[in-house]
Write a protein that binds this ligand. Structure first.
Ligand code: GAR
Length: 220
């Protein structure tokens, strides 16, 4: 456990359907050795369908809406409200699970090296909000997903784990994204579990992660 005295407290942020939130809720409840529990779910939209998973699991929700085209001051105030709302539940780790907003240093410095993101491409390829569409448009034969620590650059921080997913003939954005999500539902909980057990070491851009069996280490 990050703190020896209690299970690691996880905040999960979502914007959409929340299938990765569902995977985390399932993993933390099904595995007594997971070492962490989801204590709060945050969203930037009250209409985020994934909030239903939090509701079903009895996990408290923090919703802070941000209107499109908000200016910098409005965004800063929004981010502060979101951080304060999560902090009320004293999380150790914040997991971005389909959270489609960029968080600045003001948020990240509250949980240093403890904010994770899952992204549906093999970073650094296809950063941004439409990674699957961009991979298809580029004509790649293999794409995948990346779980990484979040820094101030978009889809950029130290990589914890990646897994490839082949692009199949006839794939649409939806079919390809669904196959990527199947992998994310396994890889994201595995990375969060490793963090809960303090099995992640970060040295600059390189993260050494013990995924219990699967080791991903920086080059010599
Ligand atoms: C996931 O595929 C996640 O990687 C992606 O949104 C999806 C959310 O699905 N995130 C991004 O694209 C962030 N740049 P879900 O709501 O079903 O978990």
């Amino acid at each position: 456990m990050l703190t020896a005295t209690r299970p690691t407290r996880l905040a999960v942020l979502i914007s959409g359907g929340g299938s990765n939130l569902r995977a985390l809720l399932d993993a933390t409840t099904a595995d007594p050795g997971f070492g962490g529990e989801v204590v709060v779910v945050g969203a930037d939209r009250g209409g985020a369908a994934g909030l239903e998973h939090a509701h079903t699991a009895g996990v408290p929700e923090v919703v802070e809406e941000l209107t499109a085209g908000a200016d910098a001051a409005t965004r800063t105030a929004w981010e502060h409200r979101l951080a304060e709302g999560l902090a009320a539940y004293d999380p150790d780790v914040v997991v971005l699970a389909g959270f489609m907003r960029i968080l600045s240093g003001g948020f990240l410095e509250r949980w240093p090296d403890r904010v994770l993101n899952t992204h549906p491409s093999l970073l650094p390829a296809f950063r941004g909000a439409h990674a699957v569409r961009a991979a298809l448009a580029h004509g790649v034969k293999v794409t995948g997903c990346t779980v990484h620590l979040v820094d101030e650059e978009v889809d950029h921080g130290p990589i914890l784990a990646q897994e490839a997913v082949p692009v199949l003939p006839g794939d649409t954005e939806t079919t390809l994204h669904e196959r990527i999500k199947v992998v994310e539902h396994r890889l994201l909980p595995a990375c969060v579990r490793a963090l809960c057990h303090d099995r992640v070491r970060v040295l600059g851009r390189h993260a050494e992660v013990d995924l219990a069996g699967h080791r991903s280490a920086p080059p010599e």
